[in-house]
Design a protein around this ligand. Structure first.
Ligand SMILES: NC(=O)c1ccc[n+]([C@@H]2O[C@H](COP(=O)([O-])OP(=O)(O)OC[C@H]3O[C@@H](n4cnc5c(N)ncnc54)[C@H](OP(=O)(O)O)[C@@H]3O)[C@@H](O)[C@H]2O)c1
Length: 266
């Protein structure tokens, strides 16, 4: 099965810290020597990352933006890197919402930004990158769409209800994308991390408490890379793997049967 070892040029969205940064460096160091384009909003972090590897390139973007800006970003990236054959969606944000204090829930900014960053923009970017990947497929070349959801896509965390819902949406999207693209060489590899060492929770002031129980970033990256190299459709890690085994077994197959039934009706 083709895996990330077969990719020539990998775009990592959300590479300025945490999981995206670690995956970008690990992929850059594979024997296959791919070009890695690192992306995110913080240019100084991108510059610093570019100094870490000879085949690391930068492409700054804020994905929480208009459809026109996203389209421009995709067109520019594909024009500059025609070999682009993998996109890893590691960009994400997380907010705590307390329904027992509804007046504290920021509907106009935090709620909207979380949905837009974690789901809507990723959906749009996938749709925008697909024509390029489908052209590669016609030439017999594999390509990779790598959404990063979460164990919370399977078992939601009540403290972060909207975040959990965006991850559940991304997980569902990964299943249906994989089914619709199954006759092409476009592979969907969903990574489902457990709680992992990163900056995701810094603004919540929760990092000291969480750091006692999170998976160290290096351990997570080593395990995720193994699944990416093998080209596993799902790469659940740590507690997310236990949740996957408990609640997700047979879901892809059930969705496939349902899809085939729907297709046979038309
Ligand atoms: N750490 C965990 O416990 C955990 C668990 C399960 C799933 N995940 C998921 O794993 C992914 C990586 O998270 P992480 O833990 O590595 O968190 P992180 O260290 O906070 O990294 C998040 C990345 O997303 C980027 N980002 C955020 N908003 C963006 C925007 N509007 N446009 C472009 N880039 C944006 C950030 O870059 P800039 O700020 O420079 O834009 C940063 O590089 C996320 O999707 C997260 O939901 C994390």
């Amino acid at each position: 099965m083709p895996g990330i070892k077969d990719a020539k040029c990998v775009l990592v969205l959300g590479a300025t810290s945490g999981i995206g940064r670690a995956l970008a460096l690990a992929i850059h160091n594979l024997d296959s020597q791919p070009t890695v384009i690192v992306s995110g909003r913080r240019q100084e972090r991108l510059n610093e990352l570019a100094r870490e590897g000879e085949r690391i390139r930068t492409a700054r973007v804020d994905i929480n933006t208009t459809e026109g800006n996203l389209k421009q970003f995709v067109e520019d990236t594909v024009a500059k890197y025609p070999d682009l054959d993998a996109v890893i969606f590691s960009s994400g944000i997380q907010h705590i919402f307390d329904f027992s204090k509804p007046e504290t829930i920021d509907l106009s900014t935090e709620f909207q930004d979380e949905i837009s960053t974690n789901y809507i923009s990723i959906f749009k970017l996938i749709v925008m990158f697909l024509p390029h990947f489908l052209k590669l497929s016609e030439k017999g070349r594999p390509s990779f769409i790598v959404p990063i959801s979460s164990g919370l896509s399977i078992v939601p965390a009540a403290t972060v209800p909207n975040y959990s819902a965006t991850k559940a949406a991304l997980h569902s999207l990964s299943i249906t994308l994989r089914l619709q693209l199954s006759k092409t060489k476009v592979q969907v590899i969903e990574i489902l991390p457990p709680l992992v060492e990163s900056e995701l929770h810094d603004h919540q002031g929760k990092t000291p408490a969480l750091s006692k129980v999170w998976m160290p970033l290096k351990e997570f990256t080593d395990r995720a890379i193994e699944g990416l190299i093998r080209g596993d459709p799902n790469v659940p890690v740590g507690s997310a793997a236990q949740q996957f085994d408990q609640f997700e077994k047979g879901k892809q197959e059930a969705a496939q049967k349902f899809y085939e039934r729907m297709l046979s009706l038309s």
